[in-house]
Write a protein that binds this ligand. Structure first.
Ligand SMILES: NC(=[NH2+])NCCC[C@H](N)C(=O)O
Ligand SMILES: [Mn+2]
Ligand SMILES: [Mn+2]
Length: 306
């Protein structure tokens, strides 16, 4: 596999600063070497730079940093589309607002290849607000709604080349959903497995059912991994911790199953805030999870000479 790393140091979408250090922390934690050890070719494509533009004022006074996030989204959509020409792009965030751009770029690539794009959203939150419904005004709370063509982004965010069909999205690990998001998720037909479903059924059958659908429809699969999908006890470096998240083993199992499926075509690693980390342990965990997604396993490792 040719892994293409792209740094996206956006932090204006989050309520607190620090995510701009995310790409550096992931590189420092040894992402490139970890993927190289698995036999992958790795290219670091560098860092996305936002493209400032005029954005008219919006009626929702709560919105924060709208012009900045629009500038990022435009640049990220273009850069991720370019990176998606071949190989497997790995987008290093950056707060989750960056997924507005990565999803847009990946959806355009999939459409051009005449393949449906599926999205696995691993997160405590659905990030399914529109510009009108967000109360916090933090734009990391809107990317999934934007990329799946929900109303209210026209004239503010870049025009989508191809909106993602919301029924091809599976959100796994939810445990903090605002009322407006709840209504919108149900209305749009997003598949939602909250933490209760994971507790009750286990993560494996829920994920397996989704992967079988992706395979049956010949889809591509974009995985968006928010740090707060993980339990704060193992992943403290995030500004929006919610108790009761995925355990170490649940997360690795999900990554191993994703690898075995052979379906994943792109990945976001988002919301890492190194300012809140403890000696890099969250960054290191994200690198290890990414390695599991790209083929590292406990048994039957390829033999290495020492
Ligand atoms: N990407 C994230 N961490 N999103 C958290 C969003 C939290 C909340 N729903 C909000 O809109 O403010
Ligand atoms: Mn998120
Ligand atoms: Mn989240």
């Amino acid at each position: 596999m040719h892994c293409k790393i792209l740094g996206i140091p956006v932090q204006d979408g989050a309520g607190r600063m620090g995510c701009e250090m995310g790409p550096s922390a992931l590189r420092t934690a040894g992402l490139v070497a970890a993927l190289g050890e698995l036999g992958h070719q790795v290219s670091d494509l560098g860092t996305v730079v936002p493209k400032p533009q005029n954005v008219k004022p919006h009626g929702n006074p709560a919105l924060k940093a709208l012009p900045e996030i629009v500038a990022w989204t435009d640049a990220i959509s273009e850069a991720s589309y370019a990176a998606g020409e071949d190989g497997m792009p790995i987008f290093l965030g950056g707060d989750h607002s960056m997924a507005a751009g990565t999803l847009a770029g990946m959806a355009r690539r999939a459409a051009e290849a005449d393949r449906p794009l599926f999205v696995l959203w691993l997160d405590a939150h659905p990030d399914f607000h529109t510009l009108d419904t967000t109360a916090s005004g933090n734009l990391h709370g809107v990317p999934l709604a934007y990329a799946s063509g929900q109303a209210g982004f026209d004239g503010f965010f870049p025009r989508l080349h191809t909106p993602i069909d919301p029924t091809r999205i599976c959100a796994l690990g939810l445990r903090s959903v605002d009322p407006a998001e709840h209504t919108a998720l149900r209305g749009a037909g997003v598949t939602v497995h909250d933490m209760r479903a994971i507790d009750e059924h286990g993560i494996a059958p829920l994920l397996r059912a989704f992967l079988e659908r992706v395979a049956a429809e010949g889809g591509r699969l974009h995985v968006s991994l928010d740090v707060d999908f993980l339990d704060p006890a193992i992943a403290p470096a995030v500004g929006t911790t919610v108790p009761g998240g995925a355990t170490f083993r649940e997360a690795h199992l999900a990554m191993e199953m994703l690898h075995d499926s052979g379906l994943v075509t792109s990945l976001d690693l988002v919301e890492l805030n190194p300012f809140l980390d403890e000696r890099g342990r969250t960054a290191t965990l994200l690198v290890d999870l990414t390695a599991s997604l790209l083929g590292r396993r406990i048994m039957d490792r390829p033999t290495r000479s020492h």
